[in-house]
Design a binder for this molecule. Structure first.
Ligand code: ASP
Length: 308
């Protein structure tokens, strides 16, 4: 049987080791490992990369430690507006939602956009209406409330600043994503986020934009990004990894290094990304002090890490 591989991330940013307690570190690593386990179970049974990335991201959305689904940050109006995307590499099928409220698992809605809407990206009230039509689970505002997130927002509320969730002074964690290659050789990527604390109402980041924060193409790689979304949008970061491989013949590792360390920094692009290539090679790289991340291959050994 051909090899399969899966990687996940839970956000990147400025993560000083001294702010991390052993209990907190354990909780983050556990969240990452739970996601890997769920995705690995799909791949081990011969399931698709698409199912694996959706399954892994759902676990991270349900975990309040990460800035996606439950645990999403507050925008400037005190709301949780979430973005998510999913893409499969065999036919470039893609679906995304932006600025949605109250949807329990935005990645699941993104997949339904891909499969049942005839569109790629649906935003705001339109996405909410579609969620109703598709009967996806909804939750009230209380479900998304997290005291830490609220306190975090209070510190930036009323200012013109917004911030990467994981670059705040206390707890640090962020956007989530997954990339996979299945035993068939198909690739897929998914990303889900609450965005940035105190972002403007209806601000949309890179995560739901195909090619910026999320991209998959069987010809080269699958990519999920995390970091300062405005920069990743301008760099068209995920698609750029693909282009460097396709048109320049770079390896996955070289292409990721070029984007993360050469192209993003001049655009203030703090962050990182996870990627997998056609052979199932994984690269998890970042240009800041840490990125919550993990990976697993066919050997079933789960690896998680935060710092370099
Ligand atoms: N990229 C996300 C955004 O700008 C934030 C993050 O990755 O933490 O919405």
């Amino acid at each position: 049987m051909s090899t399969f591989a899966l990687a996940v991330h839970g956000g990147a940013g400025t993560i000083p080791r001294e702010d991390m307690t052993p209990a907190r570190e354990k909780a983050y690593r556990q969240g990452l490992e739970d996601a890997l386990r769920r995705g690995h179970a799909v791949l081990k049974d011969g399931g698709s990369a698409l199912n694996a990335v959706e399954a892994a991201v759902r676990v991270l959305e349900d975990c309040p430690h990460f800035n996606a689904g439950r645990g999403s940050v507050f925008n400037a109006d005190g709301q949780h507006e979430m973005d998510a995307a999913i893409m499969r590499g065999n036919d470039l099928g893609a679906g995304a939602v932006a600025g949605v409220n109250n949807v329990k698992n935005p990645v699941g809605l993104a997949r339904l956009v891909m499969e049942h809407s005839g569109h790629v990206l649906i935003s705001g009230m339109g996405a909410f209406e579609f969620a109703h039509q598709q009967r996806v689970p909804l939750e009230d505002d209380q479900y998304f409330f997290d005291q830490f997130r609220y306190d975090q927002w209070q510190r930036t509320k009323g200012t013109d600043t917004y911030q990467l969730d994981h670059s705040d002074g206390e707890r640090k964690f962020g956007t989530v994503g997954a990339v996979a290659r299945d035993a068939n050789g198909d690739l897929a990527a998914a990303t889900s986020t609450g965005g940035m604390t105190n972002k403007r109402f209806q601000r949309i980041g890179d995560s739901p934009i195909i090619g910026a924060g999320t991209y998959a193409n069987n010809a080269t790689c699958a990519v999920s990004c995390t970091g300062h979304g405005e920069s990743f949008l301008r760099a068209v970061a995920a698609h750029d990894v693909h282009c460097l491989m396709l048109y320049k013949g770079l390896s996955l590792e070289e292409a990721v290094r070029t984007v993360v360390h050469d192209k993003l920094p001049p655009l203030d692009g703090d962050g990182g990304l996870i990627a997998v290539d056609r052979e199932g090679r994984l690269v998890l790289d970042f240009n800041c002090s840490g990125m919550y991340r993990g990976h697993v291959g066919a050997d079933g050994v789960f690896h998680t890490a935060i710092w370099r």
